[in-house]
Design a protein. Structure first.
Length: 250
């Protein structure tokens, strides 16, 4: 290490870089600043990071009430659950979150994830709420493995008694504009977000994609692999790419 003024400058840069990395980590994972919040997060998150067996389940249940914004009774947490800003996540009673899930909240305002009672979330599901986006999941909802549900600057609302098959993609938030060719698409602004509403008693088959701005009416069925780009009325069966109504239920 250099001595003298140059060495002091180098040390200062290293320290500043270290502080900025810690701040960035807190913003991404903890969701709020302050050493106390960081230490609390680091200690409480240990059981969620892969502690196996009955001891892991027990400790996760014990620590959850100090980590989340709200936790009901009889909540079960699997292994290797990744949590970002857990103080902005609220869970009802009898919720089961399976192994490998990621509940990710970033940004200020009303950003958050709200999960009702008797909800089952399958393995490796990602719930992602960003920059004023909210995800609200009603009671008695089942979400299959490997789904992605995301809300950016808007809301994704899932009513009660909804079944969602595995590998589904539900996106609330505007896509990138792409009309300009003089700058990369990633640098172009987002289109206005409109949100997603899935009303109660809907069955969504495996591999379905639901895009921003869509409402799926009460009691409808979406066939496996469909891409839903427009509203689906109540009590309809819709299939295909893009999804088309083929008949009414009943």
């Amino acid at each position: 290490m250099r001595s003298g003024p140059e060495g002091l400058i180098s040390k200062t840069r290293i320290l500043d870089r270290g502080r900025s990395q810690v701040r960035r980590y807190q913003e991404m994972a903890v969701g709020r600043r302050g050493l106390i919040h960081l230490l609390k997060y680091e200690v409480m998150i240990i059981p969620f990071s892969g502690m196996p067996g009955a001891l892991g389940y027990y400790l996760r249940r014990c620590f959850a009430k100090y980590l989340f914004g709200e936790v009901g009774s009889n909540v079960v947490f699997g292994n290797n659950i990744r949590l970002c800003s857990p103080h902005r996540i609220r869970l009802g009673s009898s919720v089961a979150i399976s192994d490998g899930c990621r509940l990710d909240v970033k940004g200020e305002g009303d950003t958050g994830i709200y999960i009702g009672d008797d909800v089952i979330i399958g393995a490796n599901v990602i719930l992602r709420s960003r920059f004023g986006g909210t995800i609200r999941i009603g009671d008695n909802v089942s979400i299959g493995d490997n789904c992605l549900i995301a809300a950016r600057k808007t809301s994704v609302e899932i009513g009660r008694d909804v079944m969602i098959g595995a590998y589904c993609y539900i996106m609330g938030g505007g896509a990138h504009s792409f009309e300009r060719t003089d700058i990369p698409m990633i640098k172009q602004p987002f289109q206005p977000a409109r949100g997603v509403l899935i009303e109660e008693d809907v069955w969504i088959g495996g591999g379905v994609k639901i895009l921003d701005g869509v409402t799926i009416g009460k009691g409808s069925v979406i066939g496996a692999g469909a891409v839903v780009t427009r509203d689906i009325p109540e009590l309809c069966v819709a299939v295909g790419v893009p999804a088309q109504v083929i008949r009414k239920r009943g």
